[in-house]
Ligand binder design. Structure first.
Ligand code: ADP
Ligand code: MG
Length: 273
């Protein structure tokens, strides 16, 4: 947790470049701060470096240059277990070990909180139960993860990340595979853990209207750089569409909540990339 004298920036990327092997940098000298308790949506086209950025924050890859700081300390100065007590990550693609039951997979989220020979505590039990209830997977507890539908599986992975009980959550396309009702449930859940529990959330979201409705701030990436960064109404404008950030669109105020609502205009046909 931050002390009173420290900056309230929970995550700070300072001129971070990320690349795979000898390929040109995917993320290029990116500087970005996320304040404690913020809900930030990362948006941008396929392949612009969103997943790469989250992986680096979770220390799953090392920057080619620059520094990534979590709570005032370089992430490289922490052991993996220490980092996992502070930061949970829902990756874009997950594969469960063969033959693993739902409840056992979710229980793995507690691993960073336990010593090598520590017993399973009532606190672990409660965290797993809470995570299962809030993601609606209690009925699936004894199922083999491999036998679940894509959406059910996504909720199980989400439960595992929540059971980890971290102050920071990195969510990479957390609503992919979910039907519309479960998408809304998941987004409402993120907002609750953000607002009620003060957890800091950085989520890659493709649906700009979901991002506008749930996030405090949108960071739009293009080719590994920050294109626009601001509140939903700063970022989701018709001019931003003209600058190429999103497809040409009309932007209206959502009649219920007042946040911007993006209505894409039909675009000229183009090949899928
Ligand atoms: P996004 O999540 O924004 O769709 P990614 O961060 O996954 O994009 O990928 C950014 C770029 O890095 C893409 O060009 C992708 O092909 C490349 N890339 C991603 N993962 C790897 C990898 N493991 N090895 C080589 N290149 C990769
Ligand atoms: Mg991605």
């Amino acid at each position: 947790m931050n002390g009173g004298t420290e900056s309230t920036e929970r995550i700070a990327l300072q001129s971070v470049s990320l690349s795979y092997g000898r390929e040109p940098a995917v993320v290029d000298a990116l500087t970005l701060g996320v304040r404690s308790g913020e809900f930030v949506a990362i948006v941008g086209p396929n392949g612009c470096g969103k997943s790469t950025l989250l992986r680096a924050i979770a220390r799953l890859m090392a920057p080619a240059s620059g520094v990534i700081v979590l709570d005032g300390r370089d992430v490289r100065d922490r052991s993996p277990r220490e980092l996992a007590r502070e930061l949970g990550m829902l990756p874009q693609n997950n594969v469960a070990p063969e033959g693993m039951r739902v409840v056992d997979l979710i229980s793995r989220g507690r691993h960073p909180h336990r010593g090598a020979f520590a017993r399973w505590t009532s606190e672990d039990e409660a965290a797993v139960r809470r995570a299962m209830e809030s993601t609606g997977v209690v009925d699936l507890a004894t199922r083999d993860v491999e036998t679940l539908s894509g959406g059910q599986r996504q909720r199980v992975w989400l439960a595992m990340a929540l059971a980890q009980d971290t102050a920071v959550l990195l969510l990479d396309e957390p609503t992919t595979y979910l039907d519309i009702a479960h998408q809304m449930d998941a987004l409402e859940l993120f907002r609750r853990v953000n607002r009620d529990q003060g957890r800091t959330i950085v989520a890659v979201l493709h649906d700009l209207n979901h991002a506008a409705r749930y996030a405090d701030r949108l960071v739009a990436l293009r080719e590994g750089r920050v294109l626009i960064d601001g509140s939903p109404s700063d970022v989701l404008t018709e001019e931003a569409g003209e600058r190429g950030f999103h497809p040409p669109c009309r932007v209206i105020d959502d009649p219920q909540k007042g946040h911007p609502l993006v209505l894409p205009r039909a675009a000229a046909p183009r090949p899928l990339r």
